[in-house]
Structures are given as structure tokens and as C-alpha cells.
Design a protein around this ligand. Structure first.
Ligand code: SF4
Ligand code: SF4
Length: 177
């Protein structure tokens, strides 16, 4: 967690309903089982290379109801969704799913880092997470490489609409234009 996130916790920041909100979402049900052993953090491949990313802390902050700190944290978005933490947790907490639930709420509430909203915009336009420059496509042609497969932006759009994230992502992307 960043310096700001390590500041003293004020009681006024704690939302007692937050843990229930997360525990009622699919994947978040076992949140309160966590007894802070730290296995998730010690086995997390991202925590190994990051000074700030600690899944154990995310779980604890969520239990404590630090809603705004958790949802506004950029580190929430570092999770690679590898599910190692979930596999290793002795309490069967679905850590990766809790993080997914938190990210979905963060996105709905407009706390998505710019890099991800830009990726979404690119996916919606081309089906690719990154815009591939024309020059690179021409180089492929010159080298005799086959054309890249077509993306499926319509399919992505339909999926996002079904999970009610489409409007929010468009709003976020427009904010950064
Ligand atoms: S491994 Fe499970 S019990 Fe241990 S800190 Fe992580 S979530 Fe909590
Ligand atoms: S799912 Fe996320 S938090 Fe869990 S081990 Fe993988 S990168 Fe770390």
C-alpha cells in the first residue's frame, strides 16, 4: 500500500456495511474467514516484485470497512488474477475473487486507472488491448507474415453490457480523452 494508505486509520473512514456488501457478492462470501496469516502475500507473484501490493492488506482493509481507501487504490489493479492466493489460503478465502469483486465496484464508481480505461477503449474499437500501428502492420506484410486475426469488438461490447460495465467504462474513457 502507498504511504497515504498507511496513514493512521480514522474511525470515520470505516464503513461497517462494506464487509457485508462484499461478502454478499459471488466470490466474496468467505471474506471474514481471513485470520491474517499472510500466506497469500508471501506466495503472490506480484507482491514479490512490488513494494506496495499486499493481498493480505487488501483483505484486512476490506474487513475493516476502509471502503474509499480500498476502492481508490491503484494497487488493487496490480493483481494478475493467477489464483495462487486462493489455492494456498488455509481459510479457503477466495482472495482473487474478492479482489475481482472490489475492482468491479471500483470501476462502477469511477476509480479505474487511466491505463485500463485506455485499454478498454482500444478493445472496443479494434478488439485488441493495444492499438497496433499501421507501420507495424505494413512491416508484417513486407516480411510475408499472415495478417493478424480480426478482433471481435462487438462481442466484447455485448459482454460488457451484460455485466453492466459498458456505460461506466465509456464514461471513464471519455474522462481521459
Ligand atoms: S492466506 Fe487466507 S487467511 Fe491468510 S492472510 Fe491471506 S486471505 Fe487471510
Ligand atoms: S490472484 Fe492476484 S493477489 Fe492472488 S496471488 Fe495472483 S496476483 Fe497475487
Amino acid at each position: 500500500m502507498s504511504e497515504k494508505e498507511q496513514e493512521t486509520i480514522k474511525q470515520s473512514e470505516m464503513d461497517p456495511k462494506f464487509k457485508r456488501e462484499i461478502s454478499e457478492m459471488p466470490g466474496g462470501e468467505k471474506l471474514m474467514r481471513c485470520f491474517q496469516c499472510g500466506t497469500c502475500t508471501s506466495d503472490c507473484p506480484i507482491a514479490r516484485y512490488s513494494d506496495t501490493y499486499r493481498p493480505r492488506q487488501i483483505i484486512r482493509m476490506t474487513q475493516l470497512g476502509l471502503r474509499e481507501r480500498v476502492l481508490r487504490s491503484d494497487t488493487l489493479w496490480l493483481c494478475a488474477a493467477c489464483f495462487t492466493c486462493t489455492d494456498r489460503c488455509p481459510q479457503d478465502v477466495e482472495v482473487a475473487n474478492v479482489i475481482r469483486v472490489l475492482r468491479n465496484i471500483a470501476a462502477e464508481e469511477g476509480h479505474m486507472p487511466k491505463v485500463f480505461s485506455e485499454q478498454f477503449t482500444s478493445i472496443l474499437e479494434s478488439g485488441y488491448a493495444y492499438r497496433i500501428p499501421e507501420l507495424r502492420l505494413k512491416k508484417r506484410e513486407l516480411l510475408g507474415l499472415p495478417p493478424l486475426p480480426k478482433g471481435n469488438p462487438e462481442g466484447v461490447k455485448t459482454t460488457l453490457e451484460r455485466v453492466h460495465l459498458f456505460k461506466q467504462i465509456i464514461k471513464e474513457a471519455q474522462k481521459h480523452e
